[in-house]
Design a protein around this ligand. Structure first.
Ligand code: RTP
Ligand code: MG
Length: 157
């Protein structure tokens, strides 16, 4: 039998050092208001090596050194979010990468409301289901990554 929510997904959200902890409660409230289930959440601290692993897709880009230094400079807040189409839905709620552009074209987005510019932009969101699985594994370990158990159970029942 087909699952009632066949596109149920998980994604990784990070509340970045520019707004953590000051804006954490306001951002989490918006996440809940948008209908995401928070599967797991925790303050985490990246060391430089962990930040480099997390952002390895950007290795060699101009902003990579600054980004990994910044993301390992202070604690952040990580959340595994679950919802149908969670990857796309969380990126929509976060808004465009550059907070100044976000204020122009998505003024209610989290980056528009809480971010500063193209680098200091308040939150992270995985860019695909495969990225979400990898990133959740980097941050929380393998047990939270992958297909939600409820979906697996329905499909294999
Ligand atoms: P994110 O991964 O953080 O959800 O954001 P994104 O997909 O919209 O952006 P991405 O291209 O993956 O870049 C990752 C993060 O690197 C910083 N960045 N700085 N100064 C710059 O030109 C620049 N470009 C990107 C941002 O913090 C961005 O979120
Ligand atoms: Mg990205």
């Amino acid at each position: 039998e087909v699952s009632p929510t066949p596109d149920l997904q998980r994604t990784l959200a990070l509340i970045k050092p520019d707004v953590y902890p000051a804006k954490k409660e306001e951002i989490v409230a918006r996440i809940k208001q948008a209908g995401f289930t928070i599967v797991k959440e925790s303050e985490v601290s990246f060391d430089k090596e962990k930040a480099a692993e997390f952002y390895k897709e950007h290795e060699g880009k101009g902003f990579y050194e600054e980004l990994t230094t910044w993301m390992s400079s202070a604690p952040i807040y990580a959340l595994v979010l679950e919802k149908p189409a969670a990857v796309k839905e969380w990126r929509n709620l976060a808004g465009p990468t550059n907070s100044n552009k976000a204020r122009e074209i998505a003024p209610h987005s989290i980056r528009a409301l809480f971010g500063t510019d193209g680098s200091l932009n308040a939150v992270h969101g995985s860019d695909s289901p495969a990225s979400a699985e990898r990133e959740i594994g980097v941050v929380f370990g393998g047990e939270v990554a992958g297909v939600p158990p409820s979906v697996l159970n329905k499909e294999t029942a």
